[in-house]
Design a binder for this molecule. Structure first.
Ligand code: AMP
Length: 306
């Protein structure tokens, strides 16, 4: 089933307690596309980069089956640049630099060949741009999943509310859920956020897993306890890519299947954090993924007689 991914394609500079990178390839849509490519032969990308973005990175995406027909290249402008520094606990980070550059005036053009996509993943971007994408789809996709972050809650609240009201699934982290709902309890937060529009809410809790809510049920996916965590950048996007990628592959949008999808998303995210940037998720084998999903099954499976 066809999948459309929209979001930032960027340069990132990352600092963690284990090291520091110069400008490397990053961006929400990069992580989402790479991650979902393990489930779908073709992933349709809509994004924008500047003339400074290396052709080799675009070719790397293409090698993973990412269709870059919808990737705009603004030759005389600079790519989006983000820089972040992680604290010692690796769960929290400070954003050091956000230079919107090409993203500041991004007009998302949907190629005709993408128009019939059944699944739409709106990665982190200005909520007004995310909304434009929904409005430009001639046929509403079967499922629209949206990711966002505190940055947009701070500077584009009204736009964010409008876009959230138009999507089926919202995927955010616990801190963002509290900010959005003004509730500390995640159960209360989930109720308030679902009243804003989305029928399904995913709350990511970093190394403490992820929660999947609908109006009646809640499901928990753990994060795999890992020996080495080098860089959590992009873990949320990689999770979202695994989630939507699995759903697009199976073509099933039931809550039951979404439970499986958040396990696949968590498995993909567990690889992402093992190396800096996109390094680990660029070269995964099917066997590695299968074994990792089995690790998740083993982690939570137990029997009890009550
Ligand atoms: P995550 O660690 O999952 O929150 O995602 C990190 C990625 O989000 C990085 O690769 C950044 O390039 C990208 N990013 C950070 N801030 C923004 C923003 N304001 N808009 C779009 N993408 C962003």
């Amino acid at each position: 089933m066809s999948l459309l991914v929209v979001g930032s394609v960027a340069f990132d500079a990352i600092e963690t307690p284990f090291g520091k990178t110069d400008k490397i390839i990053g961006g929400a849509a990069t992580y989402i596309s790479l991650s979902s490519s393990y489930f779908n032969k073709k992933v349709n990308l809509v994004a924008v980069v500047g003339g400074d973005f290396p052709k080799t990175d675009i070719e790397m995406l293409q090698k993973h089956g990412v269709n870059t027909e919808g990737l705009q290249i603004k030759e005389n402008e600079k790519s989006f640049f983000w820089s972040g520094k992680y604290h010692n606990d690796m769960n929290s980070r400070d954003t050091l630099i956000t230079e919107l550059n090409v993203l500041g005036s991004f007009d998302p053009i949907i190629p005709e060949s993408y128009q019939n996509c059944d699944y739409l993943m709106l990665g982190n971007l200005a909520p007004s741009v995310q909304r434009t994408v929904i409005e430009r789809m001639k046929k509403r996709p079967k499922l629209i999943v949206m990711d966002t972050m505190n940055f947009w809650m701070d500077i584009a609240w009204d736009d964010l509310m409008k876009t959230i009201s138009m999507v089926d699934v919202l995927s955010i982290n616990d801190e963002e859920a509290r900010l959005l709902s003004k509730e500390y309890s995640l159960v209360k937060a989930a109720k308030k956020i679902m009243a804003m529009g989305p029928k399904i809410l995913i709350i990511k809790k970093g190394e403490h897993g992820a929660l999947l809510f609908n109006q009646k049920q809640v499901f928990f996916a753990p994060a795999l306890p890992l020996e080495e965590v080098f860089d959590p950048t992009g873990a949320g996007d990689t999770f979202a890519g695994g989630f939507i990628g699995y759903i697009a592959k199976t073509g099933d949008i039931s809550f039951q299947n979404m439970k499986r999808a958040i396990i696949y998303g968590s498995a993909m995210a567990s690889f992402c954090v093992e190396k800096f940037g996109t390094e680990r998720i660029m070269n995964l084998s099917e066997k590695e993924l299968d074994e990792r999903v089995q690790d998740f099954v083993d982690l939570v499976q137990f029997e009890v007689n009550i």
